[in-house]
Each structure stands twice: as structure tokens, then as C-alpha cells.
Design a protein around this ligand. Sequence first.
Ligand code: SRM
Ligand code: SF4
Length: 576
Amino acid sequence: MSTDLPAWSKVEEIKRQSQFLRGQIAQELAQPTAHFDEATANLLKQHGIYQQDDRDRRGQKGPEGQPQDRAWMMMVRVKVPGGRLTAGQWLTLSELADRFGNRTLRITNRQDVQLHGVLKQHLPALMKALHQVGLTTLGACGDVVRNVVACSAPVPDGGIRDQLYQQAQQVTAHFLPRSRAYQEIWHGTGQATDRPPVPFPQVSQEEEPLYGTNYLPRKFKIGFGLPEDNCVDIYTNDLGFLAVVEGGQIRGYEVLVGGSLGMSPADKTTFAALAQPLAFIRPEQILPVAEAVVKLFRDHGNRANRRRARLKYLIADWGLQRFRQEVERYYGQPLPTPKNISVTGLEHHLGWRRQQNGGWFYGLYVENGRVADRQTGRLKSALEYICQQFGPGIRLTPMMDLLITDLASEDRPKVEAIFRQHGVRLSEEVSLVRQYSGACVALPTCGLAITESERALPGILDELEPELARLGLEGLPLAVRMTGCPNGCGRPYNAEIGLVGRAKDKYALYLGGSPLGNRLGFLYEPMIPRPEIVSLLSSLLEVFVRHRSDSECFGDFCFRIGPEALRRLASNGQDR
Ligand code: SRM
Ligand code: SF4
């Protein structure tokens, strides 16, 4: 590790002093408090747990008008590499959400499942219950390799996606933190000890041979994808492997580096970036190449400023050529040059589809990934019932949808009937714009949210759908991606329409991203009040209808025309 970095960030100090992720977690768990101290809460992220508070209840007064403490609660992120779960695991998650959470499950856009609203005192029982069904939260959050994404659809592809899934599993196992802290604290397999902090900087061969005392400088995201189906949004990963299939075999992988979307508008040195091609490698090179990139990031990533700690900044500061030379140094030999392969398609895998093994799967649209029982539909109960009746596989997609797999032909009408009985809309009944759109969690749980997102997007789409119908565009597969702050969790910057929360009820509008996810959009309007969003979009869609070339999609049109011409054409339209 570099020794010449002057002031490392507070989080680095917390990690260093934590005795490999132990810190004071066990001690504070034993105390009858509603929340953890700041440093412990920070360390808990490395265990897949975020301390939050109910932001709807902030500032509420008690019965005598006295100020109230925050309504503390935890978000627990369950890691699901490649997005595959059994029916039993889903049932457990569903039951745990009722027992310990806010009675909802949230499928994330990295194929994980989040439980929100968990009280501190319930954490030990919840974590044990997850472990009992073979689930973990280790590596779901924190400065390590996060959940590895891969397409989870069991489509008949000669087993290609199964191979990607196996690769995702291997990479997951390879980069799992080795510290016993997680087992000690949550599975009760030992005592959390009060050992002194390891001297800094030092890579401990004993506890964490790969990560060392300080783990990575920041989160690190890896994905496996296919050029013909970019459902994992591969370019937003720090490290992506794009499989090239020829003659039914995976011939190799295009290695992509440096994707990530988070940025802080006030800090002009930060930016969203898509991953760029680094090399073209054989399947057996995946692990050593991934290890070379991760170690390079470990040793040279920015540990002083967390805003500039992602891999993309190292690449931007060094240039791709030097970055490549450094990766080769870690790897031990030159890397084959990339083939500059681009993505050509994207599947949402919704509706009834044949499986590789002859059975059927149903791709169910889940609005913003939220599985709940609401007055408008009891999705959570319907899925529980289906899991009990048919024992299917459950697969999560990076579009926050859910695939119910391994069903027989005769199950199809029964499954549809269950959804109808529970008031759940079938995917086929959902407009294309809704199917393709998505929002991040934001309020009331996310501590970083500036605006609404998950709770706002459905209403915006309610208004947009009739506008699209008016313009004859209801068949347009348009994607609106929304976030409650510029961190970009909902991946708005490479979407055709990106809405990014910037101030109370005000959003920045990004346009011109590619429907395939391989191009960033541009900032069109920095601050639109929420009630004006749909009228602005309608005026832009009118321009699109008048000036699009044959079968051009909205994102490509905006990109071709550019912001100035778009503004001019939109204002001409208003004058007419
Ligand atoms: Fe995210 C932080 C939710 C995908 C970029 N993200 C957060 C936190 C944990 C807020 C916090 O730090 O206190 C959010 C928790 C909200 C809540 O109440 O649940 C949060 N991020 C999510 C999820 C649940 C959004 C969703 O709608 O699905 C996604 C969980 C994925 C998972 O299972 O691991 C999620 N986050 C993303 C993505 C998209 C992706 O990975 O494909 C991004 C953009 C790509 C990237 O990494 O840049 C993303 N999240 C961030 C950032 C900005 C990071 C940066 O480098 O600037 C933050 C803020 C941070 O880390 O400090 C953040
Ligand atoms: Fe929270 Fe911002 Fe991420 Fe949305 S984009 S979940 S508001 S951190």
C-alpha cells in the first residue's frame, strides 16, 4: 500500500481501528439504545447494515410539544449474487420483513433484497434467520467488492447465462471479506475481542490477505453481461465482463473498467462515467485480472477524499494507458487489447417465456422493486402464495423485477389467477414506459435523499402515459429513471430521461442517454419544479414526433439534436 498519503479520511481511521470490522458493534448491540454511535454505524455498513431514521417523522413533537429523538431504524441489504433465490429463501425474507421490518421487501437494481425499518434490537435475530437459510449481508455494502450482477433469466441460450452465473459466484467467493468478525457478531460463533488496532498501514496476511486492514478505498462493483442483452447495465460497473459468444461457446470477455455514476455537483472534480474497454481476455483469466484491478484500486485509490475514491478517478488522473500498464504490472504480463465490442440489445425478460430446460418462467413487473401489500394490490401475499403452491425459483433482475421460474405449462393460468385474485397487475397490462422506468428508494428511508423518488415516479408516469397516448407514442419503449439526489443510484445519467433530485421538490433533467445504457446523457435543465416535469417532457416529445427520423428512439434523437437545438425547437413549438 502507498505510505505517502497525508490525511486519510475519517472512514479510513474507523476501518483501521476496527480490528477487521469488529469495532464496538457487539458491545453496542448489547446496550438498550435505539441506535449506534456514528463510528459504529459507519462500520455497520461493512456488514450490510445502514443506520437510518424515518424521515417522515423527523421534527415531530411529542404529546406535550417536546422535541422527539429521531425514529431510528436499520436498512439490511441481503446480497444475492447473480440474483438467484429459492422459494424457501423468498418466503423467509417475506416473513422477516413482517416480523422485523416495515412489511415490505425492496428488490434493488443490483439484484439484492433490502429490508427497511428494522429496529436495532431485532438485528441479531434477523441476521441469524438469514444465515439459517444460507443468505448473507456480508459484502452487500461497504468498501469491498459488492454484489456481483449477472443476467438471471433462464432463457434458452445453450447455458451461456448459467456460465456467467457461475463466474459471478466464483468472483463473489474470491472477494468475500475473510475476517471472522461477521460470524462472531451475527452468528454467535465466537467472542468479539478487544484486540488493539493493527498498526497502519499494513496488509494482514492473517485476517484479510487481499483487502488488508483498510479494505478498499470505496465500494467496488463488478458485473457480467452479454452484448445482445445489457440488462445488467454493464457500463455502470467499476469492472465489467462482456461475454462474446461464438458458435454457442463463450470465446472471451471484453473487460470494461471505470464505470460509476455518483457525483457531487458542488465538486466539479467529480463526474459520472461509463466503463471503457481495457482488454479482451479468456475465461480463465477472469479471476487474476479482476484481482489485479482490485489490488491496484486498493493500493492507489484515493483514501483521503471519499468523493473522489472510485476507480474512475484513478483512470481519469492517470489516463487509460498508464492505468493499463499498472494493471499489467499487477497481473504479471501484458493484456490482450480490447476488441471494442459494443452492446446491441437489452431485454427486460417480462411476461411468459420458455426456459432453457423446457419449462416456463414469468417475468413480473415490480414497480420500483417494492414488494408490498397495498390497497391497490397485494403483491407480497401473492408471491408468498405462489412460492408455497409451486416452489418455483425466484430470480431478481437489475431492472428491479422478479422472475418466477421452473413452472409447468399447466401452472400458467393458475399463476395468473393468483395475481388477479390479489389485485396485482400482470406485466402485459403495464405500459411500456412504466416497464422501462425506475426510481431509487429515496424518502423516507435514505439519509441522503433531497427529494422524493420511489414515491414520486408512479405519479409522474400516471401523467406521462396519457401524453404519450396523445402523441401516438404508447408503443415507445421509453425509460425515465429518477433519483432523490445526485448519487445516481437509479442510474439516471445513462437513461433516455434522467430526473435527479437537486432541491426540495426540484429536479435536474438529463436527456440523450442511450436505451442500451452505453451513452451518458447531457444536462438539459438544472432545476425543474416537480409539477412542471410532465409538461416539459410533453413539449420535448412533441418536438421528437415532428423531427425524429424513422424508428429513432427518444434518447438517440435528443443526442443527435443536442441541447441547444432541442431548446430552440421546443420553444418554437410553444410559439405556434
Ligand atoms: Fe446507491 C448510497 C440505495 C444502487 C450510487 N445507495 C446509497 C444509500 C446506501 C444511502 C446511504 O449511503 O446512506 C441508499 C440506501 C437507500 C435506502 O433507504 O434503501 C442507496 N443504491 C441504492 C439502491 C437500493 C437503489 C435502488 O433503487 O435499487 C441500490 C442498491 C444496489 C445494491 O444492491 O447494491 C443502489 N447506488 C446504486 C447504483 C446503481 C448500480 O450500482 O448499478 C449507483 C450508481 C453507480 C455507482 O456506484 O456510482 C449508486 N449509492 C450510490 C452512491 C454514490 C457513490 C459514489 O461513488 O459517488 C451513494 C453515496 C455513497 O456511497 O456515499 C449511494
Ligand atoms: Fe438515496 Fe440518492 Fe441513492 Fe436515491 S440516489 S437512494 S436519494 S443516495
